[in-house]
Design a protein. Structure first.
Lengths: 523, 361
């Protein structure tokens, strides 16, 4: 790979053997990266590949463990974001840091020298936003602006520092296609002025369309540097997710039973500006089947879970059917009574209340489904603590939950042990449908394999299991069928044996059929 | 050398018991300093403030009279606060409860019936509950902040009472005093003992405390309150409705405040007048926190705060200082309770300044 070097012949930014350890875990392991002047450089990778860690080191938020950063030929140490800005590095984060009650100009002023007057900032912001095609009213209150407009504030804020390199973290994830097109025009203009852009994304089409070069990360290492225009989405995806074909060891003679959970033409609007709306989601899971929903974080997984669990019921009652009954408008406890169990992604404050003991956290999920054994005195609903405690101890034994004391508060357990308890709490009822979101997120390897085994066993015993996960290794370990969610749309589901990682990578990048992938080759 | 707060791995049970006591000791200490600065002997003053009222039977009755509304209101507020709903307007709900409870004896002064008292109490609870329903409605419909709305409604209630007692409800034979006709004997809350003035309100308060303690400790409803108070999202996962909890906790605390209001007017005053409360609704917030939001703890803290009211009156008579001193004591107490609570979650650590260059070796 040769560098597309700038006039001076040296890259603007050069990163050598950059490494960051968190404890024994290497988030970035010896990363090399060169960005030339006037280049739009893509940083590609799955969740957890190390993209965010890398840019945080470049922007002075994290200190590298090893390695060096060379800026304009000079080795530099970037200790803080303000130092990064002084060097000429600007950053636009995925999640904005704006005060909604303040105006655009006031928000911009907060990141600048306090001596500069607000009027001057307003003028400058108005001039910049006009010249880059990012229309923005400096006097508007942020609360009244769309997500796309809020992003413009962040971009203008970065541009006001006159940066030579602008880092954009997943900028189009919150934009409509039209807004994204406008953003690309702005990026081309920046490039024409000789500024460089580091563009973080997992959307292959975009990267091919606008980027001059791409560096692909996987598990904290660079797996390739290329000109994306010369690649196919398939080859990019292979670099992103690894080329090894799945080695799945499954019971292929297991016969599937009746449909236990069925979703037809589910559409849900976004509840908040950062939420994803679900569109035309269809899925069917039979008894004995594990359907894995793969996808990059933030593509509608949380929203899908909310709709399936009934925490946020949907308007069309027939869009979701559990064991043949329409439950779209039924709440979570009504669905539990039909035999469904749910495990949300977030352990603290969603699946469990950290400050409450395990027995209370058992009651949290099962007060209605186990009403007869856990509650007494009819409508007074007096809790039978003895029965709840017995069940708690049984679950801890079955799932090997390591805890201190008889009934410790949930917050005192390690992530893996708490997750075993939360999954065990549902398995203990032998649910006929289990929906799990990120079952082993942030869980140690021992607990993770125990949980995966439990999910496979549950399906073998005749339940339908839906596993929403970002972890492809996990998916290939447990899934009988795989579907991919991307921008709120769910692909058809394929038998796990017929899907390669490459194909999943394409589906995650929003490319749904293979002809499209090949067509892009011609570019 | 600097002082650092270090988060404890686990909540300290020792300090959650000790914190209210520590707060009391600190309050007494700084109260003593205040008396000293006012030119009084601190020990004498503290004695007449906090001990003398406990030595006579009549003043123990007064203590029960003052503790009753504090406990009753604070028990309701504890449910609100535990469910993360911040009803600051109990004073207003107390006032409206007093007004709606007084409708029968004021407008039908000729009606003598044993039915009148129960009806008054029920109407007082309904009035207080509905008044607390206004911030609940605003919160569930428009997402307004209940702290602000419930607080602002206090002043509306007080001005409304003022207008009623000076205007339409004023006793025509009352020599132009701003007050209603005296209630008929059937409309007066009976005394519980022959030895003094203490009336049924203290019984209501104790019963309410025990019932709510049972609910919070043993019933599903209490479990819902705690779950929704600690995490709304987990509550949703459990199938509990945060909106319904807003209504439940606000209506409950409003009804208790309303009952306290009509009990005070019927049992202690005997008619409506512009000023019916020395700030019971606000002081009850301190009572609730000093009692660790536990109804049984609230019984104890209710008596402690009632003592600050009595002590203020006593100190005014015996050592001639303003009864505003009791407000100062209440403020000190709340301040120290909240700051001592820090010790439940944090430990204090002294850190010596580390010298640079210690790494040569």
């Amino acid at each position: 790979m040769t560098l597309s070097e700038g006039s001076a012949g040296i890259p603007l930014l050069s990163v050598r053997k950059l490494t960051k350890h968190f404890g024994s875990f290497a988030a970035c392991a010896g990363i090399d990266l060169d960005i030339g002047p006037g280049e739009i450089h893509a940083l590609l990778g799955e969740n957890g590949a190390g993209k965010s860690t890398l840019v945080k080191m470049l922007f002075g938020i994290l200190d590298p463990t090893e390695g060096e950063i060379v800026w304009n030929g000079q080795p530099v140490t970037i200790r803080s974001p303000s130092e990064a800005r002084r060097l000429g590095i600007g950053m636009v984060f995925q999640h904005f840091s704006l005060f909604e009650a303040l105006t655009v100009a006031e928000n911009i002023a907060l990141s600048l020298d306090p001596k500069i007057s607000l009027a001057k900032i307003s003028d400058e912001a108005a001039r910049l936003s006009k010249s880059y095609g990012l229309p923005l009213d400096p006097k508007a209150h942020v609360a009244d602006l769309s997500v796309g407009e809020r992003q413009r504030i962040e971009i203008v804020r970065a541009l006001l520092q006159n940066p030579k390199l602008i880092i954009l973290d997943e900028p189009t994830s919150v934009l409509t296609p039209q807004e994204a097109d406008k953003l690309f025009d702005t990026l081309f203009q920046l490039k024409a002025e000789g500024r460089s852009v580091l563009y973080i994304s997992h959307r292959l089409e975009e990267v091919q369309r606008i980027c001059d070069r791409a560096t692909v990360l996987r598990h904290g290492k660079v797996t390739g540097t290329c000109d994306p225009k010369l690649e196919t989405p398939a080859s990019l995806a292979r670099m992103m997710v690894g080329s090894d074909v799945a080695g799945v060891d499954r019971d292929d003679d297991a016969t599937l039973g009746d449909i236990q959970i069925e979703v037809s033409d589910l559409a849900v609007g976004a509840r908040t500006p950062f939420a994803v709306s679900l569109k035309d989601v269809n899925l069917k899971v039979r008894a004995g089947e594990v359907l894995a929903v793969a996808g990059v974080a933030g593509n509608g997984q949380g929203e899908l879970f909310d709709a399936l669990s009934g925490e946020y019921p949907v308007s069309n009652n027939e869009a979701i059917r559990i064991r043949g009954k329409g439950v779209g408008r039924v709440g979570i406890n009504g669905r539990r009574l039909l035999g469904a169990g749910f495990v949300p992604e977030e352990r603290h404050g969603h699946a469990a209340v950290s400050g409450m003991p395990l027995s209370d956290n058992l009651l949290l999920a099962r007060s209605q489904s186990d009403r007869r054994s856990f509650l007494a005195a009819g409508s007074l609903a007096v809790i039978r603590h003895a029965a709840v405690n017995t069940a708690t101890q049984r679950i801890c034994r079955n799932m090997d939950v390591r805890k201190s004391g008889e009934d410790p508060v949930a917050g005192s357990l390690s992530g893996g042990n708490l997750q075993k308890f939360i999954v065990g709490r549902e398995l203990d009822r032998q649910p006929s449908v289990l929906v799990v979101n990120q079952p082993t997120w942030g869980v140690d390897a021992g607990a993770a394999s125990r949980i995966r085994q439990a999910l496979v066993d549950l399906a073998r015993a005749g339940s339908a299991v839906v596993v929403i996960s970002q972890d492809l290794d996990e998916i290939f370990e447990v899934a009988t069928n795989i579907a991919v969610i991307s921008e709120g749309r769910l692909s058809a589901s394929y038998p796990a044996g017929q899907l390669s990682r490459e194909r999943i990578g394409l589906l995650m990048g929003g490319i749904h059929d293979s002809t499209q992938a090949e067509a892009s080759h011609a570019n | 050398m600097r002082i650092e707060l270090q988060k404890r791995a686990q909540v300290s049970t020792l300090f959650s018991m000790l914190s209210p006591l520590l707060a009391l000791v600190l309050t007494l200490f700084f109260g003593g300093i205040m008396f000293w600065m006012l030119g009084k002997d601190p020990l004498d003053a503290l004695y007449s403030f906090f001990v003398e009222p406990l030595l006579e039977v009549w003043s123990l009755h007064e203590l029960a009279i003052k503790a009753a509304p504090l406990i009753l209101i604070a028990v309701g507020l504890s449910v609100c606060f535990r469910s993360n709903n911040w009803n600051i307007g109990a004073e207003g709900q107390f006032t409206i409860g007093a007004i709606t409870g007084s409708i029968l004896p004021v407008l039908y002064p000729e009606w003598h019936s044993p039915m009148i008292l129960p009806l008054m109490l029920i109407m007082g609870m309904i009035g207080g509950g509905l008044y607390a329903g206004i911030p609940a409605l605003l919160k569930t419909r428009f997402n307004t902040n209940e702290i602000l709305t419930s607080l602002m409604l206090v002043y509306i209630a007080q001005l409304y009472l003022d207008w009623l007692t000076r205007g339409p409800w004023r006793d025509p034979q009352g020599y132009n005093f701003p007050q209603t006709k005296a209630f008929v004997p059937e409309a007066v809350l009976p005394e519980i003992l022959d030895s003094g003035r203490a009336h049924l309100a203290i019984v209501f308060a104790l019963v309410a405390a025990v019932v709510i303690w049972f609910m919070m400790r043993f019933m599903m409803k209490g479990f819902q309150v705690s779950v929704l108070g600690q995490s709304e999202r987990a509550g949703r996962f459990a199938g509990f409705s945060a909106r319904r909890m807003v209504w439940f906790s606000m209506l409950l605390s409003g009804a208790f405040a309303g009952l306290a209001g009509i009990s005070e007017v019927s049992g202690s005053i005997g008619h409506l007048q512009p000023a019916i409360s020395p700030g019971y609704g606000f002081t009850a917030i301190i009572v609730a926190f000093l009692g660790r939001l536990n109804p049984l703890g609230i019984i104890a803290s209710g008596f402690v705060l009632a003592l600050t009211y009595l002590g203020g009156e006593a100190a005014q008579l015996s050592i001639g200082i303003s009864d505003k001193v009791s407000r100062v004591f209440q403020g000190l107490l709340l301040f120290f309770v909240l700051s001592c609570d820090t010790l439940i979650h944090y430990r204090i650590r002294l850190v010596r300044n580390q010298t640079a260059g210690g790494a040569h070796a």
